[in-house]
Structures are given as structure tokens and as C-alpha cells.
Design a protein around this ligand. Structure first.
Ligand code: ATP
Length: 307
């Protein structure tokens, strides 16, 4: 009896350590048991895809910051061949939507549907082919401009390369480069500006004939005129691709079929450009602000030239 109680005493003296050890092992099991963050992909790879994309009541926090909800009950619809634009202040969650679409993460609640079926039921490789994402700072390889565009579809003919470049409003400047389409597009060449890089990247995306084209601030380095030309060309091609457009410069989104103003992970307002202007809300205010800044810059430019 005495022995037993002393044994208990000894154990009790170790109690904090034992407790700690149990705690640690629980953590380990928690870690081992943790489900992968993104479920494995499925087997769907249908011959035809319409490019109908829906986010339905998506709530999402990044795994490394589980307490910070980045998208709250967020819904979005991109109809086949149409253009939906995401706008709003920095940190609103626009790029996060793209990461979810690329399946880098999985929403905690809600679902993302492609042609009515969950995104994760498709083969990743298939999604990769059907959804093209062009980011703000695209990476070009130290190869010729032509090879950089063909990277989107290796078997593309020269004619197809030129057509894609024309749609991206890139054909003319490429022809004006020292070696035309054979010019090295790599960093070392330094012959390609930021805005030209963006257009080459758009051509690369277009040549793959994706069903969904995502432009994440992908024309931000272009002047307003060139940006307008790219969008005009894209509009002509939009019978083929559905376009998800993210832009800080609102002049780029005016023609979108639907505009969503995202703030703090929630939809503040949505509609067409005209509808949102009429509403006089956050979107209208931002348009006004950007127009004023634009006019001020133009005026300053004119004064400098004059003086
Ligand atoms: P911007 O207009 O500046 O590009 P955005 O609207 O695209 O902003 P997101 O980049 O989606 O906004 O960011 C939304 C929120 O998620 C921000 O608070 C940001 O700090 C956070 N966030 C973004 N990426 C990560 C990440 N990898 N891990 C943790 N938090 C992130």
C-alpha cells in the first residue's frame, strides 16, 4: 500500500512533464491525422466544356491563418463566353479567388463548380489546359518570343502564333523588335518592356484556346490605349473563352457583363458598369476618383509640355 502511494507520488511529481508529453503526442497525432489541404483531383475530362464557372457561398481562410477569414459567403458566376470582373480595394480577396480556382487551396465552406460539377471532380491536368491564368508579372523564358508564345501549345503553327499575338495586340511591336519573333525574350535581352511581356503572356494563354481565361491585373503595365485594344480583341474572341478579369484600373472593366466589387472578402455591390454608376456607391466613387486622378495627370503632363 505504502509502495503504491509512493509510486503515485513519484508519478505525481512528474505530472507536469507527463501532461506535457501527452499534449505533445496529441499534437503529433493531430498533425499526422490532418487531412491534406486540397483533396485529390477527380477523373472528369469531358470533351467539351462550356466554361460556366460558379463560386457558391464560398468561405475561405488560408491554412496558415485559420482565424482570418479572407472570403466570406462569396458567390460569383461567370457564364459561358462572358466576362465577369472583380474589382475593389487591395486585400479584398480578388487574387485569392484565382488561387482557389487554380486549386492551390480548398474552401472551408461552399463550393466551386465548373459546368455544374465540383472543380475537384476534374483531372488537374485537364483543368490546367482549360483554365489559363495570366498574372501581373508573367515569367518569360530566355527563348525567342515565338517559343514563349508556343509554350501555350507546342504544336501550334506560325499562323496560329501570329493570330494569338494579334489578339493580344502584340503582333506589331514584336515585328518591330530587332529580330522580330526570333528576338530573345529573356531577362538578359532586356528588349521587352513590362507591358510587352504582359501581351506576350496573353498571347501564350490565348494560343492554348482555354475555356476560361483569367487575367489577374494582366494588363496593368499597358497604357490605357493599349489596354483598350487588348480588351477589344479579347471581346471579339470571347465567343470562345469565358473571361474572369481582375483589374485595379476601372477603365478596363467597363465592358464586362458583370462587375463584382469585393471588399474585405465580401461582395459590397455588383452589376454592370452602368448599373453601378447609377447606384452611386463604392464603385461609382472609385470611378470618379480614378477619372479625377487621370485628368490631373493629363493636365500636369500638358503643363509640363507647355512650360
Ligand atoms: P490586391 O488588389 O492587392 O491584389 P486582392 O484583392 O487580390 O489584393 P488577396 O491577395 O486575395 O487580395 O488577399 C486577401 C487577403 O488574404 C489579404 O488580407 C492577404 O493578406 C491575405 N493573403 C493573401 N495571400 C495569403 C497567403 N498565402 N497566406 C495568408 N494570407 C494571405
Amino acid at each position: 500500500e505504502l509502495q503504491f502511494s509512493s509510486a503515485v507520488e513519484v508519478l505525481m511529481s512528474y505530472y507536469p512533464h507527463v501532461k506535457k508529453a501527452i499534449g505533445a503526442s496529441e499534437k503529433i497525432f493531430e498533425y499526422v491525422d490532418r487531412k491534406p489541404q486540397v483533396p485529390p483531383d477527380g477523373s472528369l475530362a469531358p470533351q467539351t466544356l462550356n466554361g460556366h464557372l460558379q463560386f457558391k457561398n464560398v468561405t475561405f481562410a488560408y491554412p496558415n491563418r485559420p482565424d482570418t477569414v479572407v472570403l466570406k459567403d462569396f458567390s460569383l458566376e461567370l457564364k459561358p463566353g462572358q466576362m465577369t470582373a472583380l474589382v475593389g480595394p487591395s486585400g479584398g480577396g480578388k487574387s485569392t479567388c484565382v488561387s482557389l480556382l487554380e486549386r492551390f487551396y480548398q474552401p472551408q465552406e461552399g463550393e466551386i463548380l465548373l459546368d455544374g460539377k465540383p472543380l475537384h471532380s476534374y483531372q488537374n491536368q485537364y483543368l490546367h489546359k482549360k483554365i489559363a491564368v495570366v498574372s501581373q508579372e508573367p515569367v518569360l523564358f530566355a527563348r525567342s518570343v515565338k517559343e514563349n508564345i508556343k509554350y501555350g501549345r507546342e504544336e501550334a503553327t506560325d499562323e496560329e502564333v501570329f493570330r494569338a499575338a494579334k489578339m493580344a495586340n502584340a503582333h506589331k511591336f514584336i515585328n518591330d523588335l530587332p529580330n522580330g519573333y526570333d528576338t530573345d525574350a529573356g531577362e538578359k535581352g532586356g528588349q521587352v518592356s513590362g507591358g510587352q511581356k504582359q501581351r506576350i503572356a496573353i498571347a501564350r494563354a490565348l494560343i492554348a484556346q482555354p475555356q476560361i481565361l483569367v487575367l489577374d491585373d494582366a494588363t496593368s503595365s499597358l497604357d490605357t490605349e493599349s489596354e483598350h485594344l487588348v480588351h477589344q480583341a479579347l471581346q471579339k474572341s470571347s465567343s470562345r473563352s469565358s473571361i474572369l478579369l481582375i483589374a485595379h484600373r476601372l477603365s478596363a472593366v467597363e465592358k464586362a457583363n458583370h462587375i463584382i466589387f469585393l471588399q474585405g472578402g465580401e461582395v459590397l455591390e455588383e452589376g454592370t458598369h452602368t448599373e453601378l454608376l447609377g447606384k452611386g456607391g463604392a464603385y461609382a466613387q472609385l470611378v470618379l476618383k480614378q477619372n479625377t486622378a487621370f485628368q490631373r495627370n493629363a493636365q500636369e503632363g500638358a503643363e509640363k509640355e507647355g512650360g
